[in-house]
Design a protein around this ligand. Structure first.
Ligand SMILES: [Zn+2]
Length: 435
């Protein structure tokens, strides 16, 4: 080997071992997530008051739902643990410690990721681990390059902080009769399983199509699939660099000095009602106006423009956690359900059955506000009422409250497998029953 070539090899191997330096700088030593389990309607009522009174002091990972057997998961800083425990005991609430040391779990997960190197090609991309934003962006570019026969990529927008939000479209044998599926991940920054799952699904669709899987060939000959792996790109980057538990966007609210809008309260359909806060420092801040966020303005106009060419019939906004398929309506639990609701729920149930068949993880389908809680300006309502996708859902992925947002990496593939099965089942159900 010539000396020059030897230097070159040395240089390349040094470049290849550039490891992560990520680790969030905000620390939460001694904080815990408590799980409170309501025993009856009176407990639920008390918990709703508790949330109202403490929503600005505590982080409700999972607020009170309409489901009696679901816990309320609340993240409590060290300085408030004694006070909150006493309050719960006084009111005879049943609770346990869900995560005894939140910082410990965060540290453990980042330590595990610390020695990793960046994937240099798409073939190196590891679907069983979480990826920082620049790798997700690169994944989009690589998918379109390596699979250019069926995958194209597009720039949705530059984010508030100037990151590129990119997405892919999987399209085989284009023809006018095709309808499309819209998947978006990562609207809530800390829900890392969401981008990981939609990327897993995208890769499986492409891989199985190319290997001639007859189910997937049939589905992709009928459906084009749009996948936006990470919608809230600034928030996601922030969870890697600064605050693992960040949820919102990163735009500044100048009147309050607080940062971020809950992008999933910012959609322009039934915006500004119940289940969305007008207070800029809240984790469910609805924004100054509908579509106040540049990312939201771009994603809605991009999706709407697509419908001029081709109907978007399935729309799923992927979240975690709770294992729920949430159909319209989100904004009001008392309003009459749309006439399409029975079809929406039947199709979702086909997906639920498929999910269960893979790893026996149980998901529940239902109208959002009636099984979870009210949320106005939410994606599933806009997907249906604004975009016109009949089958519009919010999907809450794993788990049901063991790790919550800190779902370990060893669950990414199983979660991907059951939701890939759900995707195929849903696409087939609609194709067979209502295309
Ligand atoms: Zn979410």
């Amino acid at each position: 080997m010539s000396m020059m070539r030897c230097y070159l090899v040395l240089f390349l191997s040094l470049a290849a071992v550039t490891a992560y330096t990520f680790s969030p700088s905000e620390r939460h030593y001694g904080s815990q997530v408590l799980r409170i389990t309501p025993q009856n309607e009176a407990d639920l009522e008390w918990l709703r008051d508790f949330e109202r009174n403490y929503e600005n002091a505590l982080d409700f990972w999972q607020g009170p739902t309409r489901l009696l057997n679901r816990g309320v998961d609340v993240w409590v800083p060290k300085s408030m643990i004694r006070q909150i425990r006493e309050l719960l005991l006084e009111n005879e609430m049943q609770f346990n410690v869900m995560i005894p040391d939140v910082q410990g779990v965060i540290d453990e997960q980042f330590t595990k990721m610390a020695g990793r190197t960046r994937p240099s090609t798409l073939a190196d991309f590891d679907y069983s681990v979480y990826h920082p934003y620049d790798e997700i962006r690169q994944w989009v570019l690589d998918m379109a390059t390596d699979h250019r026969d069926i995958v194209s990529e597009f720039l949705v927008t530059e984010s508030y902080e100037g990151r590129e939000m990119r997405a892919i479209k999987i399209s085989v044998k284009p023809n006018a009769a095709k309808k499309s599926i819209w998947f978006e991940g990562g609207i809530h920054a800390r829900e890392w399983i969401s981008p990981a799952t939609v990327m897993y699904i995208a890769n499986q669709l492409v891989t199985d199509y190319k290997s001639g899987d007859q189910r997937v060939v049939k589905i992709l000959e009928s459906w084009d699939v749009f996948i936006v792996p990470s919608l809230n790109v600034d928030g996601y980057a922030y969870t890697w660099a600064t605050e693992r538990m960040w949820r919102k966007t990163r735009s500044l609210n100048p009147d309050f000095g607080c940062v971020g809008t809950d992008a999933n309260r910012n959609w322009p359909y039934k915006w500004g009602g119940d289940g969305a806060s007008p207070w800029a420092c809240s984790n469910t801040y609805r924004g100054e106006t509908a579509l106040s966020e540049v990312e939201m303005k771009a994603i809605t106009s991009y999706a709407l423009a697509r419908t001029k060419e081709q109907e978007i019939r399935i729309f799923i906004d992927w979240h975690s956690y709770a294992q729920l398929w949430l159909a319209p309506w989100s904004y009001d639990d008392a309003v009459e359900l749309p006439p399409e609701s029975p079809d929406q729920l039947k199709a979702a149930q086909a997906g639920v059955d498929a999910q269960f068949a893979v790893h026996a993880f149980e998901y529940i389908a239902g109208p959002s506000a009636r099984i979870l809680y009210e949320a106005s300006g939410a994606s599933n309502d806009w997907g249906f009422g604004g975009l016109g996708a009949k089958y519009s859902y919010v999907m809450e992925l794993r788990d049901t409250g063991e790790y919550g947002f800190l779902l370990p990496e060893d669950q990414i593939i199983p979660c991907g497998e059951e939701n890939y099965a759900a995707t195929l089942a849903l696409a087939e159900y609609v194709l067979d029953n209502d295309f």
